[in-house]
Every structure is written in C-alpha cells, then in structure tokens.
Design a protein around this ligand. Structure first.
Ligand code: AMP
Ligand code: MN
Ligand code: MN
Ligand code: MN
Length: 276
C-alpha cells in the first residue's frame, strides 16, 4: 500500500529544509505521496513539484491555514488546491500580513518581560520574508539560552498564560473552508488532539466544520498518541468526515516523527485520498 504523508513544512514557512530537500528526504524514507503544507503559504509548491517529478514521489499541493475559532487557534490543512487560485491567495496574503504585526507584538511582550532583542533575533531565523512564526522566536530563544529546546520555549514563553503570548485574530473557519474549496481543494482539521478543547467542544467544532462542508480530520499525526488515533478515527466516522494523516515534519531533530514513520490508518475510516 502507498505510504501517504499529507502534512509537512519547508523554509517557505517554519521548516528547516527547502522544498526540494523536503521532497528528497521524504522520498528516501519511503513516502509515496507527500503534501507540502506550509503555514499560510503556497510559494514553495512549484519547487516541490519539480523535485517530486525528479524523485518519483507524488506531490500534493497543500497549505496549513491559521484559523481562530472562539478563543482557540486551529489549523486547517488544505489538500489538492490550485496554488494559483486568486481567492485562496488573497486569503493567505491577509493571514500573512497579520503575522508581521503580531511578531512585533510578541517582541514587545517579551521585552516587557525583560527579554530584549527577541524580534530582531527571531527575524534572523526567518527563511521567507513573507512568513514569520512563533517557531522563529523559539529558535532564537534557545540560541539566547532561555531554554534548551524549542518545546520548552513554547511551554514557558509563547503559549497562553506566558509572557510572550499575544492573542491574534486569524481567518474564520468559514473563510478557510471557503478559500480551500474555491481553490478546488479538501479542508482537513489538523492535529485535533493538540487543541485544548473538551469533548463537547470537539463535537461542536466538528459539527460546525461538517456543516461548512469541511472534508476530513487528521486522525494520524505526530502530535497524537496511539489512543488518540482511535479516538479521532471514531470522531471521523461519527461526523462522516474522511481521515487524513501527516507527520507535521519541520526539520531534522526538530520533529516528533520522521518521514515514513506514520502507522496504517485505523480500520473503518474513509481515507481522504479515496477517489484521488
Ligand atoms: P504560529 O503559527 O506562528 O503560531 O506558530 C505555530 C507553530 O509553532 C506550529 O506550527 C509549530 O511548528 C510550532 N509549535 C507550536 N507549539 C509548539 C510546541 N509546543 N513545541 C514546539 N513547536 C510548537
Ligand atoms: Mn509549524
Ligand atoms: Mn499546525
Ligand atoms: Mn504543521
């Protein structure tokens, strides 16, 4: 059976490798069908498609859209989009512009907590001038000695309740699903196990997503435990959503799972690639 990995990042957002290096690494580790899903960005897809043609891997055009749902930030993966679609590109551009001003506010918030120079430091880690993310702050704060690992930076500084957290309005769920569909793609709720949403909230989210025409739920993710694979397969069946899988790979030594390590899809779900 073909090995699908439908979620990963390159230097066009907060990944450490270029799109062609990501494709080569995935191919070498047994991935047959790979989606490049940079945050709020499609600019790496041309390079990734060219590299895929060379390495005998199928490249799915994707992106990972940042969404605000009530107090929560959610990620919605887009699969099989037309990267040139105007509506999608205008939407992504609007999200990216917001990232730049948010980065300034994160820098200010850290400065208020006594950590100076974080904005400039983070900008040194940015690999696409179009996209700054908390990951770039995390890498700088590790370099500056505030934590040993990026995970610890998130725990201590960049998440809600901590000094470097600033709230930010992203796209709405309805906008994200609409843009993805306008571009001919499928909309997937990414890593549902990562959100601090209880089971009644999860049911509300999935019902709303399904009513908006949302397509799938990321059942297998490096953010999930094996128990969560089963839990979210059950949700997918209950809400008649398809099931997706992705490593959410960001870089060598920086990811929870290497390419090629995703397990088989649990029994009884409809894979998102059915009919592709
Ligand atoms: P942003 O979209 O700028 O808010 O940044 C979100 C990114 O930060 C995610 O895509 C991950 O790459 C990274 N991230 C979020 N939480 C963590 C965490 N606990 N540990 C490591 N990286 C994280
Ligand atoms: Mn990321
Ligand atoms: Mn994500
Ligand atoms: Mn991701």
């Amino acid at each position: 059976m073909a090995h699908y990995d439908l979620h990963c990042h390159s230097t066009h957002s907060d990944g450490l490798l270029t799109p062609s290096a990501v494709v080569a690494r995935a191919a070498a580790r047994g991935v047959d069908v790979l989606a490049l899903t940079d945050h709020d960005e499609v600019s790496g897809l041309d390079e990734a498609q060219a590299a895929a043609a060379d390495s005998g891997i199928e490249l799915v055009s994707g992106a990972e859209l940042s969404v605000s749902w009530g107090d929560h930030t959610l990620h919605v993966v887009a699969l099989r989009i037309d990267p040139d679609n105007a509506e999608l590109n205008e939407g992504l551009e609007a999200i990216r512009v917001g990232r730049a001003s948010r980065a300034r506010r994160i820098g200010d918030a850290l400065a208020a907590a006594g950590i100076n120079g974080a904005f400039e430091g983070a900008m040194n880690y940015v690999t696409s001038e179009r996209l700054v993310s908390r990951t770039h702050f995390a890498r700088y704060l590790v370099e500056a000695g505030f934590a040993r690992e990026t995970k610890d930076v998130f725990k201590r500084y960049l998440t809600r309740g901590n000094p470097g957290y600033v709230p930010h309005p992203w796209a709405t769920l309805s906008e994200a699903v609409g843009w993805i569909h306008a571009a001919g793609g499928q909309a997937v709720i990414a890593h549902p196990g990562r959100y601090k949403i209880d089971s009644s909230g999860m049911r509300r989210l999935l019902a709303e997503f399904r009513d908006l025409g949302g397509d799938a739920l990321e059942v297998l993710s490096s953010s999930h435990t094996p128990a969560q694979y089963i839990e979210f397969a059950t949700y997918a069946r209950a809400f008649e959503l398809r099931a997706s899988c992705g490593s959410d790979w960001h870089g060598p030594g920086e990811s929870w799972m290497e390419f090629g390590e995703l397990p088989e899809m649990p029994f009884g779900v409809v894979p998102v690639w059915t009919g592709w």
